[in-house]
Design a protein around this ligand. Structure first.
Ligand SMILES: [Zn+2]
Length: 596
């Protein structure tokens, strides 16, 4: 790998000149035209009554895939622009424009779905047998059954259009609020103004005084905008609840479960098995408190490094480390990572004005992806980087599939990412010679278990309870704080001293308008990938291809079928989940042994 690496990304080869790009403006114009043509074609066409009509009709599916590709390309670009500079006003306008465009496409899709819905069963079955539909029968059947579950197409169209200003806009507004926030941080007599992302990184400082004082000013900062964010959260939820009611859906979990192509039995089997195994994590938190020399951990201590380790790795070292460990498992994955670093597909620079958090996005027209994060040299930054590279690799191995078969849900989206994280964290624990370093790395790994089994469980519990109350009316700031604190206490088995009541504000995921409950899929992905990882360890080099096959199927089946086909596992039973948790529990046991 050529070093030094440049930690900023290159978007110029996608569209030159950022938000001022004329090429991009032109691209959007063409896209609008294409959608208009598509809309006209869809409204002129009727549900096929015979197979020969169906063959003609299938041209619409071609257009659908072409437009979807372009929309994803545009969405990824605008997403990158907004993330790299939250003050880029032109990027915000573009994002609004793109939402309008997407909404008008959704309207056409609703009409198309109505036609899919009304195919006579016999014709539909024949249609699926056609060669052109090879590889997309699953997504097509899924479209048909989803269309059956919605309101009449005219009503869905109206809902889509209203969603631009009445729903998605709330998510944008949240980003505006967060982008304007600055958190004062006093240290050594000077006060620094931190962005939310910078503060979140610094909350993992090895110095408890820093964590404690920063956490208080962090909570105060969220408190000062709580009226705005509670309004946002309440109205986003209100929109969803009303939409569901009009569709005749009775469960708030219906949308996220269907979106994730999983059953409620699977979700329950997962959480129940986790709950049975939480005891050892409480022992871990108690041990960690002892090691930090405090009676009980607080929220801001959970992710703190043990001891005063201020060991930092440079971006170059982090990259080298990831590539080296990927290579042990899969040379193809390692080469792909090198390409990401060398061709500057990653924005990792630590600077103010960037959006907090990390993500990976893909440009289907360019067959490239981009990763966004803020790298300041911690072990957890290295994990995040590996995580996002996992996402990128997942997309990479699916690039040649039909676009309709490339859509995987977020629970399996998190499988590849977490798998990549596991490779890096596990290999690094094994490679560590110094016992303190080994302990620190092991701890990082165990902490991830705490995040998936406790932190994310808290988010899930909160969201479930919040929706139950929101159904009855608006939920006040005080009540949101209460619900959040209760959820945290329940998820952490009451093992912490101070909690984070404003977590409902500081966690971006509650404000994403894609789907609600952007939490359990992470835990699913973590455990699912633990299961996959155990296979990889057992099967060695032979697993590289099997892994790719599994990833390629993620857009073509429900998760229960995916697990059965590639792992021979039944996700609705505790057994699979227990076997996956066992790997994590073994880490905790080793940690407890090493710190006896
Ligand atoms: Zn992820």
């Amino acid at each position: 790998m050529q070093k030094p690496l440049n930690p900023t990304w290159n978007l110029e080869n996608i569209f030159p000149n950022g938000s001022m790009s004329e090429e991009f403006a032109h691209f959007l114009e063409q896209l609008v035209e294409e959608i208009t043509t598509f809309k006209q074609a869809v409204s002129k066409s009727k549900t096929p009554e015979t197979i020969s009509e169906a063959i003609q009709w299938s041209a619409l599916l071609e257009q659908l895939q072409s437009i979807s590709k372009k929309l994803r390309q545009a969405g990824a670009f605008v997403g990158c622009l907004n993330a790299q500079n939250v003050k880029d006003q032109k990027a915000k306008l573009l994002s609004g424009e793109l939402k309008q465009i997407s909404a008008s496409f959704s309207t056409a899709l609703t009409l198309l779905d109505d036609q899919i819905l009304h195919f006579p069963d016999e014709v539909w079955q024949q249609f699926l047998q056609l060669e052109v539909n090879e590889g997309v029968t699953f997504p097509l059947n899924e479209r048909r059954s989803k269309a059956k579950d919605k309101m009449a197409p005219q009503l869905e169209s109206i809902a889509n259009e209203l969603a631009v200003d009445g729903y998605h806009a709330w998510g944008d507004f949240y980003n505006t609020v967060v982008g304007r926030m600055s958190i004062p941080f006093e240290h050594n007599g000077t006060t620094q103004q931190l962005s939310v992302g910078q503060a979140q990184n610094m909350l993992n400082s090895g110095d408890r005084n820093i964590r404690e004082s920063l956490f208080h000013s962090y909570e105060e900062a969220w408190q000062s905008v709580a009226d705005l964010n509670s309004t946002i959260l309440n109205h986003m939820a209100g929109f969803r609840i009303n939409l569901y009611k009009n569709r005749g859906w009775d469960s708030i979990l219906k949308e996220p479960l269907e979106y994730n192509r999983m059953s409620e039995n699977t979700l329950n089997a997962m959480w129940n098995t986790i709950e049975k195994n939480k005891g050892i994590y409480v022992s871990y938190l108690e041990r960690k408190a002892k090691l930090l020399g405090i009676p009980k951990l607080s929220w801001y201590d959970v992710d703190a490094p043990i001891g005063n380790s201020t060991k930092k790795v440079s971006y170059d070292e982090g990259a080298e480390f990831i590539v080296e460990h990927f290579r042990k498992f899969s040379p193809r994955m390692a080469d792909f990572a090198v390409r990401n670093f060398e061709e500057r597909w990653i924005e990792a620079e630590d600077r103010p004005g960037k959006r907090p958090g990390g993500f990976c996005t893909s440009f289907p027209m360019s067959q490239e992806s981009r990763i966004f994060m803020t790298f300041n040299g911690t072990a957890s930054n290295v994990s995040t980087l590996a995580h996002e590279l996992g996402h990128a690799y997942h997309q990479h191995v699916m690039n040649d599939l039909p676009l309709l078969a490339q859509s995987y849900a977020m629970n399996v989206a998190e499988t590849a990412s977490t798998f990549a994280e596991l490779i890096v964290s596990d290999a690094s624990v094994k490679a560590a010679k110094d016992p303190n370093e080994r302990l620190a790395l092991l701890e990082d790994k165990v902490n991830r278990g705490v995040a998936f089994f406790m932190n994310i469980h808290a988010r899930f519990i909160f969201e479930k309870n919040f929706y139950a109350e929101r159904q009855k009316g608006l939920v006040s700031v005080d009540r949101l704080n209460e619900l959040m604190t209760q959820a945290q206490k329940s998820a952490y088995l009451d093992s912490l001293d101070q909690y984070h009541p404003y977590f409902w504000e500081s966690k971006l995921h509650f404000y994403l308008t894609g789907v609600p409950f952007y939490n359990f899929p992470y835990t699913f992905g973590y455990l699912f990938s633990s299961g996959v990882y155990a296979r990889a360890l057992a099967e060695g080099a032979a697993f590289e291809q099997k892994y790719v096959d599994l990833l390629r199927d993620t857009g073509s089946m429900r998760v229960e079928d995916l697990a059965m086909k590639h792992l021979g596992a039944d996700l609705t039973k505790a057994e699979f989940w227990q076997s996956a948790i066992d790997l994590s529990v073994a880490d905790v046991q080793e940690f407890l042994r090493l710190t006896e």
